[in-house]
Structures are given as C-alpha cells and as structure tokens.
Ligand binder design. Sequence first.
Ligand SMILES: Nc1nc2c(c(=O)[nH]1)N[C@H]1C(S)=C(S)[C@@H](COP(=O)(O)O)O[C@H]1N2
Ligand SMILES: [Mo]
Length: 558
Amino acid sequence: MIPHFTAAEKAVHYPDPEDRKAFLGMKPYTKLILLILFIALFGAAWFQYFFFGLPPDPAISFLSQQVDEPIGFPLWIRLSHWVNFFFLLLIIRSGLSILYDHPRLYWNNSCKSNSSWIRFTPVKIPLDRPYTAKEDARYINPIAGLPGYKHTVGIARVWHFLTVPFFVLNGAVFISFLFFTNQWKRLVPVSWQIFPDPWTVFVHYATFHFPVNVDGFYHYNAIQQLSYFAVIFILAPLGMLTGIAMSPAIENRFRWYPKLFGNRQSARSIHFLVMISYCVFIVIHVSLVAATGLVKNMNHMVMGTDSAESYTGLYIGIAIILMTIAFAILAHWLSWNKQRALQKLQASTNGKIWKYTINRFKAKTDYEKKDITSYFWLNGKMPESSDWKNLAENNFADYKLKISGLVENPVELSLEDLKEMGKEQNVTMHHCIQGWSGIAEWGGLPLSRIIALVKPDPSVTTVAFYSFGEGMYGGVYYDTHIIGNCMKPDSILAWEMNYEPLSLEHGAPLRLRVENQLGYKMVKWIERIEFVRSPKNLGTGFGGKNEDDEYFDLMADS
Ligand SMILES: Nc1nc2c(c(=O)[nH]1)N[C@H]1C(S)=C(S)[C@@H](COP(=O)(O)O)O[C@H]1N2
Ligand SMILES: [Mo]
C-alpha cells in the first residue's frame, strides 16, 4: 500500500534526515502577541473571579429571542453537520500538505526568508549558494497532511480544490435552510447581551467552573452560540475569500481584491489562521461534546432525539467517523498510486470551470517601479550542461535561440537579433504554485513578434519552450502554452529583470514571462522553441515537466 521512495524522490522529499521532525518557529513579536492575548484573556477572568467573585451564570443564551425558539435538530442540520465534518477534514489536511511546500508565512509580498512571522521548517537559508523554493519544501507526515509522505503539491491541490466545491455547496444549503426555517434564531445574536453573556460564561470555564450544563438540544449557552455563529458566518466566508485572493488570475485582474486582506501574502497568512481557528474549535467542540454527556449529545446530532439511554446515536456516530477515516486511507492510496487519474479528474472538473471563468480574465500589468519587492525566491535546478556553461562563460555572445516546428520560417536568433526586434517592459507579480510571490520588472521581446516572424502553420495550437536545465527528477525541463496566451502583449521572452541583465540564477540568457499563469509555466534558461499541433507527443504528454512528473494542474485549454 505504501510506496517506497526512489533515490531521486528521497532527495526531493527529505533531503536532510532531520527533515521529518516537526518544527515550529515564530518571530519574538508573534510569541509576544500570543502571550499577551493569553494573559489578557485568562488574567482578566481570574481578576474578576478573585476580586468580584464568580458572576451569575446566564445558563441559557439570551443572545437571540427565545419566544418561538426552534427545538432539536431536524435531518437537514444533522446531515449537513456530518457532511461538513467529512469535507472540512479533507480540506484542512490537503491544505497542510500545500502549506508544507512553502513552509513559511508572511505579511509582505517580498517573502524574504527572514521576514516570515511563522515557519514550519528549521532550515536557515544558505547565503553562499542559490537556494530554491523547491529545496525548501518539507516532508509532512501523512497523518497530518493529505497526501503527505510521498507527495507533490500538484496532488495536494487536487484534493483541496476537488473538495472545496462540496464544502461550499453544503454550507450554502445549510445557510439557506437556516433562514427558510427559524433555526437561524439559535445562531444569530440579536441582543446586546452579546457582549456580557459570553464573557460571563468564559469566566466560568477559565476558572475551572463548568457553567450550568444546558441541554444543547433546546438551548445553547452564550459562548457556544457565539462560537457556532463565528464558525459558520465568519470563519467559513473568510476562508473562502482569502482563498480566492491567492489566485493569480484574480489578483492580476482585480488588483484591489487581495488588498482587502493587506496583500497576497497576508491573505495566505489569514487563510492559515482560519484553518488554525477551525482546528481549535474542533478540539474544544469535540472535548465538550464528550464531557457534557456523550451518549445524549450523539443522539442529538445523529438521531435527532433527546435520549440518554439509547446508544444508537453513539454507534452510528462512531461509524461515520470510521468511514471518514477509511476514506482518508483511500485518498492516500489514490494519491500514491493513481496520481494521473486524480490530475485528470481535477482538469476535467475545476480545470474546465476555470477555463471558462477566471482564465478568461486579462491580466493588468500595472504594478509600478516602487512596488518591486526587495527579494525574489529562486526555483528550478541550474543547468549543468556544458553547452550552457560554455555559453555563460562568454556572456551568451554565441547563444542562438532555435525556433522550429510547424512554421513557415524557422530561424535561429542571437540575443542581439532579438534585442533589435523590440522590447517591452512590465512590472508584474509572480505566483509560484508553492505559495511564495514576488514583484519584479521584466524586459524582453513580446512573443507575438516572434510568431509574426516565423509564421506558424494554422494547425499549430501549442508553443513548447525547452530549457538548458533539467527537471527535479532528470530530463529536460520544458513547458507549453496555447498560442492565444503567447499572443497576449505581456507574454515576453525576457533578458532583463529589474532593469538589469537577467542573472544566471533567474534564467539567463532568456526566460519566459506569461503573466496570469503560475510560475512553473515560465521556463528559465530557454534553449529552443517549438511550434506543435498538440503537447501530446512531448515529454510524457501532459504539457510540461511539472505536469508530467509532479501532476501539476493541466492546462484545460491545451
Ligand atoms: N528551466 C526551468 N525553468 C523553471 C523552473 C525549473 O525548475 N526549470 N521552475 C519554474 C518555477 S516552479 C518557478 S516558480 C519559476 C521561478 O523563477 P525564479 O527562479 O526566477 O524566481 O521558474 C520556473 N521556471
Ligand atoms: Mo514555482
């Protein structure tokens, strides 16, 4: 069942034997904020208890009108509760797997290694050699992350994006029912007691006095109501909105949108904090369900009855949890053995939806010079071929870009030839699939000029870009783009970055920029370009090195 690592995979998944150890690193100010929050909350509760005594327990929540309060949990509540549990677990675990591909979180777009407020890797970035984001990715235990162990961010994304629509749909149905019935009154606070009551209940918990145990079938206590309300009406929407803010297609079209959360990286940090809040909620919720009458509580949420005698609810509840675990095991098996099928499933569902929606958006490359970030992560394996090394030694004076395939006019062009054909400059945000971003200026020749020069055959759909460098598991690095994307004005072959000649690390002599796409589509160290009918006959046929080897998102439109 559990596949073994090949030597190449071992080197990629945990290059350092220490890498399997869990690690949590926080900036002193992060720790200080957490400590202050903790002391303020619990200190205030103890202060009140010590000097003013335990406040009277409001027991039942009066945050909502009690008049015609709905009673019990109808089938739709019980169903959506368990469906939610099932998908939330998949979303959290696949999200953790994605997070560990770039195990650092920031509040700024530079993503400079030492500016992360929290990190899940002990690795200090070496300064004496190029260090790539791929090297920085970490192993995650499959109990925590889906897939974890032997994984790629491609497969983790499949699970994350395949489950999100179900989670959203279930939530939408649940919320509609809440308001069609009068069940919303149990959740939505409509009284000013919203301020004092939850605090009073908290003082009880914090000073180890269990508040009066009201029967959740009929009533909630104030803190219970408030936390349920927050999970449904604050955490879930915030999770969705910050998730959307990370999409390159959205960010490049609606520049104001990620700014609602500060910037693209703070959206990612808030997305993480939402996940942590969910986990904290789940732990407390499950503990209290167990501590306040497990058998009865399970009957409430499974059977919709208020019995403390029958064990049916408990048994069925346990069965649901076991089924969820069984599915998680199946998901691991699929992730380790049926990667290609998962990748295609994702392309034929979400990929199709994106093709007709967000991928249609035209990128706005209107960042300014002042937005350029002080840091820009590296990715990819430096070319080791003697061809490239020899060219580099001579500053690429002898470099010839070869353009061939189904074209009327195949050409070989030196850097000088290319520079004479024209130059476009854009300041854009780069989005790596792993999670980091950076803003840079790129200068180079629009691909549309090359296309006009070589005159591709009308049957050409795809342009392939081959690198001097190799992929992580060996073999030439390449990627493809549909010709329509290459014709966009901001699609360029760049020889300039931040107004300087492109450095060796960032892809000299030439690299691709196709804004609107994720970083892995932007081939560095370009050796040659080929115009083809379909990507099917290149590599293993999925349109790029990462798509072939690591099951990254397929281009739905290629
Ligand atoms: N030849 C080659 N090009 C490549 C890669 C690679 O591994 N090999 N990695 C891609 C990825 S995943 C990213 S995010 C960008 C990173 O570009 P940078 O190193 O200039 O930041 O390059 C892309 N181009
Ligand atoms: Mo990337």
